[in-house]
Ligand binder design. Structure first.
Ligand code: OFO
Length: 174
């Protein structure tokens, strides 16, 4: 059985993941509208991944005999000055998500809920990978530059990440 404090904190995380999914969906639409198809694919995929993160929490709470509160989602930001700003906002958001996961794990340790702390390790690893990926992509965007044909090369660079992810999923039989 989940402790009420832990259950509340997990439900807050459900909301964070749901908001992230909407945020990335809005980013995907902005990219689509600005002819950045590779970037759009990247964010549509990321939006789906965040929904999966949310569902994983929902199932965990239910399986642990707890009660899930399905949250209302925030209206996502949908205007960006350029693709670099968009990626920087996404990275800042991922850093906030990582801080939320850290706090959640700390709460579980304080409350001696080893099971939930163990479950949350997956999120810790996921955040580590996502932050590293955003840092790399932002570095590339800075190197390439967003002027002239830069956007074309940035879009190709991001689409290579999509191709690698798709290949990894195919290899894993997903
Ligand atoms: Fe990258 O946000 Fe989910 O966990």
């Amino acid at each position: 059985m989940l402790l009420p404090k832990v259950q509340n904190a997990l439900n807050q995380q459900v909301q964070i993941e749901a908001n992230a999914s909407q945020k990335y969906l809005a980013m995907a639409c902005w990219c689509d509208a600005n002819a950045l198809e590779g970037c759009a694919r990247f964010f549509y995929r990321h939006s789906d991944e965040e929904r999966m993160h949310m569902l994983k929490l929902v199932h965990y709470i239910n399986d642990a005999g707890g009660t899930v509160s399905i949250p209302a989602v925030e209206l996502p930001h949908s205007e960006y000055q350029n693709i670099r700003e968009l990626f920087e906002i996404a990275y800042t958001h991922e850093q906030k998500v990582s801080a939320a996961i850290d706090n959640l794990i700390e709460l579980c340790i304080t409350e001696k809920d080893k099971q939930t702390a163990n479950f949350l390790q997956w999120y810790l690893n996921e955040q580590h990978e996502e932050e590293a990926l955003y840092r790399t992509l932002i570095d590339r965007i800075k190197l390439i530059g967003i002027q002239d044909r830069g956007l074309y090369f940035i879009d190709r660079e991001v689409d290579e990440v999509n191709a690698k992810k798709a290949a990894a999923e195919a290899a894993a039989g997903k």
